[in-house]
Design a protein around this ligand. Structure first.
Ligand SMILES: Cc1cc2nc3c(=O)[nH]c(=O)nc-3n(C[C@H](O)[C@H](O)[C@H](O)COP(=O)(O)OP(=O)(O)OC[C@H]3O[C@@H](n4cnc5c(N)ncnc54)[C@H](O)[C@@H]3O)c2cc1C
Length: 391
């Protein structure tokens, strides 16, 4: 497989070619909860494109998060669910790379780079989704091992994952949170069900139970698990935001195709000033979404390039730019989806046209990894209040 560094434009061309041959015109297939791993994700790996961000020292391509924004936009142009499932392991690889012991992180990252494959992130619980401080999953020390027990509500990619990165609380100390790597084949890992989600159905999200899963103590990542997760979420939130760009570009292009063949008041819809205004508005939103995602990703890349990225990221925690990217793209993307939903008339309200799927796919941007209320709360408490915590 070709592993030499490549120019981003070349890489982007290859991603576009992949999207064209493997993802386009498969809306019904991806919308039908395809079995995982999909043949398309196997082909993404065969094309040398899976897990594109894993650093070169682990045998990966080492693509920056900033360039990853455009890769995700392209994949999401083909199918947002496929894009989501493909990039989400970045949440786990970021935590492993920064806070995992080399004996844990090295082999896992090398395997993901060499063989493709995914990681599952098990944060959310039924009573602790946004409020992860209420996590009820526990770990207990047993000699040189840790025993992990609990129920996790939502977790994408888990069934096909190499390993599950589980957020748990110490059975002995309520304030001690850890992220612990649990290999998927560990006895006691049970997939309870696959969720019948309403959008991004090309990905797969599960409810998972952990019944006394025993792993070496070295599988615990260094530091506070809540902080570890915040840092990984910076990368995945920016890429969730980037899926909105791809979906919005698809809505724009479908609108142009439709308008070319649709006549209103005796002229093609493309010559109608109201239509032109809508498409101009969409283009503005797409451009600002992309700029915010790339700016946030560039900040993430800068911190990761620091001499001691683990310490620098740990101090930084949740990045304002990543929060802003996710919330802005969720809202701007929803505006585009609304325009798109009206664009195709009654046809747009049927399953015969892909716009309905695109609207459902777009909705996940403003929900997964924090709804807008949660993001606003984080922006307020972390970035508005500070300056000596005010008052
Ligand atoms: C397709 C999909 C994939 C997912 N994948 C994963 C995964 O891989 N790993 C994982 O761990 N999780 C995953 N999740 C979980 C997802 O990240 C959470 O569902 C999401 O963050 C929302 O959290 P919640 O469900 O706890 O709802 P909440 O955030 O609790 O929201 C419920 C209600 O409470 C309100 N609310 C919550 N907090 C505040 C606040 N601070 N201020 C005001 N109002 C508030 C909300 O506005 C909302 O009305 C996935 C979910 C989906 C749907």
């Amino acid at each position: 497989m070709n592993r030499e560094p490549v120019m981003t434009t070349d890489l982007l061309d290859r991603v576009r070619a992949f999207v064209h041959t493997e993802l386009m015109d498969k809306a019904s297939y991806f919308d039908a909860l395809p079995e995982q791993p999909t043949i398309e994700s196997v082909r993404l790996h065969e094309a040398g494109l899976a897990n594109w961000w894993i650093p070169a020292r682990y045998g990966g391509r080492g693509v920056s998060l900033e360039d990853g924004v455009d890769i995700v936009s392209e994949l999401a142009y083909g199918d947002a669910g496929f894009a989501f499932g493909s990039f989400l392991p970045i949440l786990g690889t970021t935590m492993l790379q920064l806070y995992g012991e080399e004996s844990l992180a090295g082999p896992l990252l090398r395997k993901l780079a060499r063989d493709g494959g995914v990681l599952g992130i098990l944060g959310s619980e039924e009573e602790a989704g946004s409020e992860l401080g209420r996590t009820a999953t526990v770990f207990a020390r047993s000699g040189d091992d840790l025993v992990v027990t609990g129920d996790k509500y939502f977790s994408t990619n888990s069934d096909a994952a190499e390993a599950l990165l589980v957020l748990a609380r110490s059975a002995d100390d309520d304030g001690d949170f850890a992220v612990i790597a649990v290999p998927r084949d560990t006895p006691g890992v049970e997939i309870v069900k696959r969720w019948d989600v309403i959008g991004v159905r090309g990905s797969a999200t599960y409810q998972v139970r952990l019944r006394g899963c025993v792993v070496p103590a070295g599988n615990r990542l260094r530091g506070n698990g809540l902080r570890n997760l915040e840092i990984g979420l910076n990368a995945s939130r920016i890429l969730i935001a980037a899926t909105a760009i791809g979906i919005a570009r698809r809505i724009r292009d479908l609108s142009m195709e439709y308008a070319a063949g649709k006549r209103v008041k005796g002229v093609p819809l493309t010559d109608n000033a109201v239509f032109a205004g809508k498409l101009g508005q969409i283009e503005m939103l797409i451009d600002v979404m992309r700029n915010q995602c790339r700016a946030a990703a560039a900040e993430f890349d800068r911190l990761m390039a620091a001499p001691d990225p683990a310490a620098v990221m740990y101090r930084a925690g949740t990045l304002r730019s990543a929060l802003a990217a996710k919330m802005y793209c969720g809202q701007a993307g929803w505006q585009v989806a609304t325009i798109g939903s009206e664009m195709f008339g009654g046809l747009g309200y049927t399953h015969d046209h892909p716009i309905g799927k695109l609207v459902r796919d777009m909705r996940y941007v403003g929900i997964v990894e924090g709804g807008d209320d949660v993001i606003r709360d984080l922006l307020y408490t972390r970035y508005v209040v500070p300056a000596g915590k005010r008052r």
